[in-house]
Each structure stands twice: as structure tokens, then as C-alpha cells.
Write a protein of this length. Structure first.
Length: 154
């Protein structure tokens, strides 16, 4: 049974007593995460609550694409939102969820892990994070890697 109601703009749908024909293996995004404008980077991912270190905050399925697709994507704005994928990074993927909106920092407070077999990317905190703080990943793959990236990073 679905129930609508609640406060705020638009209806709110609440699921009650629904039996799903499948097992839920993971929750995709921690409920305290939100997208908001940043001072210098467009939009970013923030948290509305404190988060402990070593907390998985997002697990996102990905759409895997070939090396040929990557060459085409590299000529578009999507180049800045795709990830190298697979051994040698010859393929690429587009992560769903909030993952494409995490901004880069050489002093990132999160790290990402790629699961090639399950076609997932997970984001985990590397330190405690305070409510209101922006969440960053290091686009180099390792949260502490200071190798220059393809754009002027702060």
C-alpha cells in the first residue's frame, strides 16, 4: 500500500507493508547526503549530519562503455564526469547516483573503490566529517595521491 501526504511542495510517497519480489542487496545513497552549490566548483555533495570515518556513504551502479565510446565522450562535457574502468583503464564508465558530482581535492575526505565484477563504485569516508561539510574524492583514485589532474585543481 502506498500513502501520499506530508508537508512541503509536492506529494510525498511512503511505502508501507510492500513485499518486494527480490532481495535488496544495498542502499545506494546515505540519506544525509545532498547536492548543493559550491563557491568555486558548481555543485557538490554535502552531508547534513556528522559521518564517522570509514563509513560507506554511497554505492552506485555504473554503465560500462568501450574504449571507442570513451574516445567520443572525451570530446564532450561528459569527459569530466566519466571514470576510467577495468584493467589498464581502456574502457570507461558513467556512475549513477551522486558519484559524478563529488568534487576533486588532493586532501579528499572520501575515497572510491571500483568493483569491476559487480559494476559498482563505492564511496567511503577516510576521516570523520562534520554536518555541512562538502565531500571530496581524489580523481587520481587514491585519496592521498597528489599527481596533477587534467584541470587546474585547488
Amino acid at each position: 500500500m502506498l500513502e501520499s501526504g506530508g508537508s512541503g511542495p509536492g506529494p510525498r510517497v511512503v511505502a508501507k507493508n510492500i513485499k518486494l519480489p527480490f532481495k535488496i542487496e544495498y542502499r545506494m545513497i546515505l540519506p544525509s547526503l545532498l547536492i548543493a552549490p559550491t563557491d568555486q566548483m558548481g555543485r557538490g555533495v554535502f552531508t547534513s549530519e556528522d559521518i564517522e570515518a570509514d563509513t560507506v556513504i554511497e554505492i552506485s551502479p555504473v554503465i560500462v562503455m568501450s574504449g571507442e565510446d570513451r574516445q567520443l565522450l572525451d570530446q564532450t562535457l561528459l569527459h569530466d564526469y566519466i571514470f576510467e574502468w577495468g584493467p589498464g583503464g581502456r574502457s570507461c564508465c558513467m556512475a549513477l547516483g551522486y558519484i559524478p558530482l563529488y568534487n576533486h581535492s588532493y586532501q579528499s575526505n572520501c575515497e572510491y573503490t571500483m568493483d569491476y565484477g559487480e559494476q559498482l563504485i563505492s564511496i567511503k569516508t577516510v576521516r570523520a566529517i562534520k554536518a555541512g561539510e562538502e565531500l571530496f574524492i581524489n580523481y587520481n583514485g587514491d585519496w592521498h595521491n597528489e599527481t596533477p589532474v587534467w584541470f587546474d585543481a585547488r
